[in-house]
Structure formats: structure tokens, C-alpha cells
Design a protein around this ligand. Structure first.
Ligand SMILES: Cc1cc2nc3c(=O)[nH]c(=O)nc-3n(C[C@H](O)[C@H](O)[C@H](O)COP(=O)(O)OP(=O)(O)OC[C@H]3O[C@@H](n4cnc5c(N)ncnc54)[C@H](O)[C@@H]3O)c2cc1C
Length: 501
């Protein structure tokens, strides 16, 4: 029997375990998959609380429904009937500047009329097709890319805010190629963003034509027309009616008793001497299991237990991953630990509807240097109706990130004070919330700084020295839930190929 130990029961670890279990039949000796999760609940960043009629996400808000791997997983878990797409009002997005919120325009004419940028700044954005090209061989920052293509003001206001919203990051430090690979690709393939969008529209038009022709011939065109498919709609923000942890529950249910909660791992080592019967017995519980085959890896748990494994997948944030691997390979530990994370806090506030002006939209972002300390605020009960009890509104503000790392450690009362002051400045809210909750994420979001890809290459080179060891998850291969779900099946495939070899 081959054994894979996955360290970390976040969505990456759970999805990888599920794919491995689904394909266990490909391993002639049999395959056992164990997930070690430190916390009491699985899901990592994806956690939902239900308090006094509010459905509150501790972390992510949702995912775009344009990635086949995520949609396949939702179907695999039988959850397609439980999803909830964002309300149409979520198209209304705001940005704080010059002391007030501006509704962001949806088209070029609206953009030209919108005072969120100076007239000069707006006109410069229209010069995008004529921007100079990226100097060859440079891992450019997001700011340098944006200011080169759409001008410094748009980079400092619009792109800075977007980077705060996605990465809680510093626009000057993040690598465009690693943090926003699609944008880098658009420039590389089409010479610019506008040209790439025009090309995309043209190819979508011809794909739709092809889909109509094939449908008329009675062929199945679902692949073409599904969200994110060549003839399909773009992505819509999606969650579940009862909150995102419905997905985690579904994953945990399928992974079943192989998921061990409250099982922090303290180290990953090569087994000192290949041995016969495993010292640890059956990691899922239930007595010793005779093993004749030596295992290469030893996974140490805080309890003192050691679980042997043929493969270890380290699916935890980079600082924890570094600590686990550093004693075995200090260079690997150093490289992995070099991927920094930005801590942030999520402050959820429930209000009586009558105490607020109408809250209708997605929420707003705050470019750095404009006053408020919050990165932005999501209007959760407008995005996903049903998240607040009747007559109430649920807002979630984010604070901290790469610009203000200390915020995550601030006292609850202090954080609430800052957020309430900022909601007064931005939305004019002075009322007392009926509910307030603060969630802290010390390792919140990985920062793909300049040099991230080169670092990943060095990590991969190092991992080749340690056959059977994988790193996985949002610290490495994309920070979105979609990126985690997209990578899981291919990593499971690599692991199975390795085991069969
Ligand atoms: C506030 C916030 C908002 C976000 N919003 C969005 C969003 O709207 N949309 C989106 O797509 N993405 C969003 N993200 C990102 C997304 O949540 C993550 O990329 C994704 O959940 C990462 O999953 P993961 O499994 O790779 O890592 P994690 O969720 O970090 O899971 C790692 C797991 O490993 C466990 N662990 C750690 N150390 C050990 C150890 N030594 N032993 C055993 N277990 C251990 C942890 O307890 C955790 O459960 C957001 C993230 C945050 C923090």
C-alpha cells in the first residue's frame, strides 16, 4: 500500500487529496491518502460563520465561475444546486478618492466623463495601445507595467486599489508576471491590453458563430459555451447560498476519515533508515497495519507520532512550509520562507438597514495615501442577498496587508475604532453596528514579489533532490481559490505518475 500524506487541510490540501483518492485505482499496490490539518475545522482561509442570522465569510468572498476545474469540482461534490451567483448590483463598484466614493464606469465613454482621475490621467489611459514595450528580460513590478501602459496616475489610483483588493499587496513590489500572469500574457501575445481585448472579442464572436453552427447540426457545444469557454460568458462571482464553507464541507465529506483534524505537523524528514513495519501504524486510527515496504518520508506530528509516507504534499502557507522543511534542507527552507505573506484582518459589521443610506453594489476600494486605512469594504449582503437577516446589512472591511502589516496584531477594540472611523469617512456611517466580528489572518495572502518565478524555479530544482516531496497551495501557484483548484488535479497526476514509476 502506497501512502500520501498531505500536510494542510485548506482547499488545496483537500482538493489534492480528493483527486488522489478518485484515482487510487491507478496504483496497483493500493493508495492511502491522509490529510493532516492543524486546526479544528478544515478549509484554511475558507471559513463561514453563522451568527444571529448573518452569514459571515471569515476570508474569501467567492470565486469566478469561469474555471472548468472549479466547476467540475462543484459538480463532483454534487453542489451545483447550492451555488449562488452575485447579484447584478455587484457590477456597481466604487473607489474612494478626493474625499468621496466614485462609481467606477463600465465603458470608455463613462470613463472619459468620470472624475476619479484627472482629465490628463484619463486621456493617458487611452494612449495604452501606443505604450512602449516591456524591456526584455525584466521581471517588472505591477506598478511599472501599469504606469508604462496606462500612465502613472491610473497606476497609482486604479491599479494600486485593485492590488490592495486582490493581494492586500504593494503595487511597487509585486511581480506582474507572477501576480497577474494573464495581463503579462496579453501584452506578450498581442502587444498591448486594448489589442488583446479586441482580439478576444473577435475570437469570441467567431467561437459563438461556430457554436451556433454546430448546435444546429445537433452537436454538443457545452464545452464551447460554458462560462469561461471560448463562446461562453466571462466569469461571474459565485458562492453558495449558505456560504463558501459548503464547498469545504463537501470536500471534507468526500475525503472522509482520511482527514485528521487537530493534527499539527512539526517536521517533514527523510526516514532515517528504510524499515519494515511502519513505526506509526495506521495513521487513520485502528491499530497497527503490517507494512513490508520501506517508506521514504517521515512526517512528525506535534503529538510525537511519526507517520511514514511515500509522498508528502506540503500544502500550507510558505512560512509554515519553510519551518517544516528547513531542518531537512536549509536551502529549501530559506527559499520557501522567502515567499512572504501579508497579514490582514477582516472586520465584519452588521447594521440595521434604516441606519444606513442605501447599500447597493459590490463595495469600494481605497488607493493607498488617500486617507482611510482600510483597504476596502465589501457590501456582502448586497453582493449575495440573504447574508443578513431581514432589515439588516452586512459589510466586511479589510485592513492591514503589505502596507500596514502591524494591523493584524492590533487589539479588537482598536481595529473596530479604525474601521468605524473609515466607514464614517467613506460611507458616512455613524450608527452603532448590531454585530461586529474581527477575523485575523496573520499569513493572509502570499506576496508574489519581483523574482517570484525565479524563486519557484529554484524551489523546484531543490525539490528534484527530494523525490516524493511536493509543495502546493496559494503561496506558490496562484492566490485565488480557482488557482488552487486548477493546480490540484495536475499535481495529483504528477504524484500518481511518480508513485507508479
Ligand atoms: C481575507 C482573505 C480574503 C480572500 N478572498 C478571496 C476571494 O474572494 N476569492 C479567492 O479566490 N480567494 C480569496 N482569498 C485567497 C484564498 O482564500 C486562498 O488562496 C485559498 O483559500 C488558499 O488555500 P490553501 O489551501 O492553499 O491554503 P490555506 O487556506 O492557508 O490552508 C492551509 C491549511 O494548512 C493548515 N496548516 C498550516 N500549518 C500546518 C501544519 N504545520 N500542520 C498541519 N496543518 C497546517 C492551516 O490550518 C490551513 O488549514 C482570500 C484570502 C484571504 C486571507
Amino acid at each position: 500500500m502506497k501512502r500520501v500524506v498531505v500536510v494542510g487541510g485548506g482547499i488545496t490540501g483537500l482538493a489534492t487529496a480528493l483527486h488522489l483518492r478518485d484515482r487510487a485505482g491507478e496504483v496497483p499496490e493500493g493508495l492511502e491518502v491522509v490529510v493532516m490539518e492543524a486546526a479544528e475545522r478544515p478549509g484554511g482561509n475558507v471559513q463561514t460563520d453563522r451568527v444571529d442570522g448573518f452569514t459571515i465569510e471569515r476570508g474569501p468572498n467567492g470565486f469566478l465561475d469561469n474555471v472548468p476545474a472549479t466547476l467540475d469540482l462543484v459538480r463532483r461534490l454534487g453542489l451545483e444546486g447550492s451555488t449562488q451567483q452575485a447579484d447584478q448590483s455587484a457590477a456597481r463598484r466604487f473607489l474612494f478618492r478626493h474625499g468621496r466614493l466614485h462609481l467606477l464606469p463600465s465603458g470608455p465613454v463613462g470613463f472619459l466623463r468620470n472624475p476619479v482621475l484627472s482629465m490628463r490621467g484619463r486621456l493617458r489611459v487611452f494612449g495604452e495601445p501606443f505604450a512602449r514595450r516591456r524591456p526584455p528580460g525584466v521581471d517588472e513590478s505591477v506598478f511599472d507595467f501599469a504606469s508604462r501602459r496606462i500612465g502613472e496616475e491610473a497606476a497609482a489610483v486604479l491599479v494600486d486599489a485593485m492590488v490592495s483588493g486582490v493581494f492586500a499587496g504593494n503595487v511597487h513590489e509585486l511581480s506582474l508576471r507572477s501576480a497577474f500572469p494573464k495581463m503579462a500574457q496579453m501584452e506578450e501575445e498581442h502587444g498591448g491590453l486594448v489589442r488583446a481585448m479586441v482580439a478576444k472579442l473577435a475570437s469570441r464572436r467567431s467561437a459563438r458563430k461556430e457554436a451556433r453552427t454546430r448546435a444546429a447540426r445537433g452537436e454538443d457545444v457545452a464545452q464551447l459555451t460554458q462560462p469561461g469557454g471560448p463562446a461562453g460568458p466571462g466569469g461571474t462571482l459565485t458562492s453558495f447560498r449558505n456560504g463558501l464553507d459548503v464547498l469545504v464541507d463537501g470536500l471534507a465529506r468526500e475525503v472522509g476519515e482520511s482527514l485528521r483534524l487537530r493534527s499539527p505537523v512539526t517536521g517533514v524528514q527523510k526516514s532515517s533508515a528504510p524499515k519494515g513495519p511502519s513505526g506509526s501504524g495506521d495513521p487513520v486510527g485502528g491499530g497497527l497495519r503490517a507494512e513490508v515496504e520501506p517508506k521514504v518520508w517521515a512526517v512528525q506530528l506535534a503529538s510525537g507520532e511519526v507517520v511514514d509516507a511515500d509522498v508528502v504534499v506540503v500544502a500550507v502557507p510558505s512560512p509554515s512550509a519553510a519551518r517544516l522543511m528547513e531542518p531537512m534542507d536549509p536551502v529549501l527552507g530559506l527559499e520557501v520562507g522567502g515567499i512572504e505573506t501579508a497579514g490582514l484582518a477582516v472586520v465584519a459589521l452588521g447594521y440595521r438597514e434604516e441606519d444606513l443610506d442605501e447599500v447597493h453594489g459590490f463595495g469600494f476600494l481605497v488607493p493607498r495615501g488617500t486617507g482611510p486605512r482600510i483597504l476596502g469594504c465589501l457590501w456582502d449582503s448586497s453582493i449575495f442577498p440573504g447574508r443578513a437577516p431581514a432589515g439588516h446589512v452586512l459589510l466586511r472591511a479589510m485592513i492591514g496587508g503589505a502596507h500596514a502589516p502591524s494591523a493584524v496584531g492590533q487589539e479588537t477594540a482598536e481595529l473596530l475604532d479604525v474601521v468605524r472611523q473609515d466607514l464614517d469617512t467613506t460611507m458616512g456611517i455613524r450608527a452603532e453596528p448590531v454585530r461586529s466580528l474581527v477575523y485575523r489572518w496573520p499569513n493572509g495572502i502570499a506576496q508574489y514579489r519581483i523574482g517570484h518565478q525565479a524563486r519557484l524555479d529554484r524551489i523546484h530544482a531543490r525539490l528534484r533532490e527530494h523525490p516524493g516531496l511536493w509543495v502546493a497551495g496559494s503561496s506558490f501557484y496562484g492566490i485565488s481559490m480557482n488557482a488552487c483548484f486548477e493546480k490540484a488535479p495536475s499535481q495529483a497526476g504528477e504524484i500518481l505518475a511518480y508513485i507508479r514509476r
